[in-house]
Structures are given as structure tokens and as C-alpha cells.
Write a protein that binds this ligand. Structure first.
Ligand code: KIV
Length: 304
């Protein structure tokens, strides 16, 4: 049975979806989420996996880059995503500093993201220099997703957000590092902002799926940031982002209408207000004990 059909029937996808899709030549769809609502939307939209990205630092927490994001931030947001019970694997970014000190500290931090955050896997940025920590994570039975190309946590070293792997030597290094990540046991690999020909070559060379962002159509799957693809984060629009909706504009228009209606006395209207005495029920039972309005009790839409 196809994965899409399984998901529709309420079955749970596990991390094995990554190797299965690569084997069967079907694309993987990954989206970031940072809280209950974004995770519910992502899952209902039919993604194969959710990434609790440290992009949370930029699109939710208001930082200029991902460097200030803490372990506590990632645990907090991961828990909110997991509470949505999305029935797809949840992968969480290890934030800057959480895997740079020692393999022991890295494993302890990753265990925190799994045990407290509820994630199924962690993502670690970097190649060659991550050998020890990735091997330690894999030895501790923590599934690891790699991340090569533009690694945003390296923004200071890279001197900004730039396309990576354009020069021959850099491309060769990236291909070597992709092979190493697979050898060390990563189950998948994000390729960010690299030429599409290089991403295609890597995808053909490595046995694990490549998940592209700004890396062209030759990858085994794609990932986008929730706020970018929905047009919620309008500060910056890199070339690789496609906006599938303009929710930021729609939300601003809605807020402006609300403000105008409050000031004009149109909101709240009679249908949004309560009568003095509750009508109908005399036993204090909620409007509908089995559904959403039961949960809301007298606050439900049909509450008087
Ligand atoms: O933090 C993030 O959202 C990411 C994706 C862009 C891959 O790392």
C-alpha cells in the first residue's frame, strides 16, 4: 500500500519512510513546524516528516540568525509539535553549541531532545568535522539526519548566507562528506543551497535520501520552512522559496477588519454575545459532551 494511502487511513509513518521512499523512487515531503497548530496543519496536509528546525529562532523568536537558539528552546517547541500527535516522524535540530563541546555532551543533549522533546531523530549541521559526534549519536541509537551545503549555524565562518559547492574543490568535498555521513550511519541528509547539478550527483551517489532546500529537483525529497511557504514570514524571500499561500497578507487584512469593526461598533454582534440566563439545559451538562462544543461548555458556538 502506498504511504499516502496509509497516512490517510490514520496509520503512523516511522523513520523507515526515508529509506523506503529512496528505494521506491518516490519523493519525500518534509516541512518545518514549531508548535501545535503548525504541526496539525503539516500533518493534515500530508507531509512525510516534520522538522522542528532551529529556524524557529528566526521565524518565531525574532533572532537575526539561528545561533542564539538554545536546547531549552528546541525542547519547548518540539514538545508542542509532538502534542499534535502528527503520526509522522519528528526530527529536531540540535542547536548551535549543543554538539560542539564533546561527543558525550552531544549524546546527552540529543537524549534530552528525544526523552523530553519527544523527537524521533536529531539533525546535525556539518560534514567532516562532525565524525566523532555523529558516530557517538549513532552508537547511542539516536537516528541522525545530516545537513551539508549552506549550514546556517556556520554563518559567521561562511561570511553570510551564500550558495555552496560552486567551485570544483568545494563540490568534491561536499560529495565526499555526503558519502561519509552515509557511512557513519545518518539516515538522511539535507542539502541546502547548492547547485542543482551537484545535488543531483550526490543524490545518485549516496545510499541515503537527500532532502533539498535550494538544491533543485534532483534531490530525493524537499523541505521548506512553514512560515516561508505560507507567506507568513515576509521579511526575506530567498529564490528557493515558493509561496503556496499569502497568509501574512490575509492575516494583516483580517486584523485591520477586526480593528475597524471594534472601532465602528460592529463587533461584537448579537451572535457573539451571551444572554443573561443559560437556556435549554437545567442540569449543568455541557452542550455536547462528545464533541468540541462539549469541551468548550457554555463557551461553545451554540452556548447561550
Ligand atoms: O532550521 C531549519 O528549518 C532547517 C531547514 C531549513 C533545513 O534546517
Amino acid at each position: 500500500m502506498a504511504d499516502e494511502a496509509m497516512a490517510r487511513q490514520g496509520k503512523t509513518l516511522t523513520l523507515s519512510v526515508f529509506s523506503r521512499r529512496k528505494r521506491d523512487g518516490n519523493k519525500l515531503v518534509v516541512l518545518t513546524a514549531y508548535d501545535l497548530t503548525s504541526a496539525l496543519i503539516a500533518a493534515a496536509g500530508g507531509v512525510d516528516a516534520i522538522l522542528v528546525g532551529d529556524s524557529v529562532g528566526m521565524v518565531v523568536l525574532g533572532h537575526n540568525n539561528t545561533l542564539p537558539v538554545t536546547m531549552a528552546d528546541m525542547v519547548h517547541h518540539c514538545r508542542a509539535v509532538v502534542r499534535a500527535r502528527p503520526r509522522v516522524p519528528v526530527i529536531v535540530d540540535m542547536p548551535y553549541g549543543s554538539f560542539h563541546v564533546s561527543p558525550e555532551a552531544t549524546v546527552a543533549n540529543a537524549l534530552g531532545l528525544i526523552k523530553e522533546g519527544g523527537a524521533h531523530a536529531v539533525k546535525v549541521e556539518g560534514g567532516q568535522q562532525r565524525r566523532e559526534v555523529i558516530q557517538a549519536l549513532v552508537a547511542a541509537e539516536i537516528p541522525v539526519m545530516g545537513h551539508l551545503g549552506l549550514t546556517p549555524q556556520s554563518v559567521n565562518r561562511l561570511g553570510g548566507y551564500k550558495v555552496q559547492g560552486r567551485e570544483e574543490a568545494a563540490a568534491r568535498q561536499l560529495r565526499d562528506e555526503a558519502r561519509l555521513l552515509a557511512e557513519w550511519g545518518c539516515f538522511a541528509l539535507v542539502l541546502e543551497c547548492v547547485p542543482s547539478s551537484l545535488a543531483e550527483q550526490v543524490s545518485a551517489e549516496v545510499p541515503i535520501p537527500t532532502i533539498g532546500i535550494g538544491a533543485g529537483a534532483g534531490c530525493d525529497g524537499q523541505v521548506l520552512v512553514f512560515h516561508d511557504m505560507l507567506g507568513l514570514f515576509t521579511g526575506l524571500k530567498p529564490k528557493f522559496v515558493k509561496r503556496y499561500a499569502e497568509l501574512g497578507t490575509a492575516a494583516r487584512d483580517a486584523v485591520a477588519r477586526y480593528a475597524a469593526e471594534v472601532r465602528g461598533g460592529e463587533f461584537p454582534a448579537p451572535e457573539h454575545t451571551y444572554d443573561e440566563k443559560p437556556s435549554g439545559r437545567t442540569d449543568g451538562s455541557p452542550a455536547n459532551v462528545s464533541g468540541q462544543s462539549g469541551y468548550l461548555g457554555d463557551l461553545a458556538e451554540d452556548g447561550k
